[in-house]
Design a binder for this molecule. Sequence first.
Ligand code: SF4
Ligand code: SF4
Length: 56
Amino acid sequence: MAVKIDESTCVGCAACIESCPVSALEMVDSKAKVNEDTCVDCGACISTCPVEAITM
Ligand code: SF4
Ligand code: SF4
């Protein structure tokens, strides 16, 4: 399991990156990308995204 990031919605603000307690998120080509093996489904990143690009 891991969150899903809608790349067409993501505006590359990087707000989600620092919200992740296990550093599962990184920026790749100005879009957030989740490492599915690292994500623990805590949901912390979801509420930080200003455009609701992250879903469970
Ligand atoms: S759900 Fe939690 S662990 Fe997974 S990417 Fe978001 S903040 Fe990180
Ligand atoms: S917070 Fe949302 S818009 Fe900003 S980089 Fe993360 S997924 Fe993209």
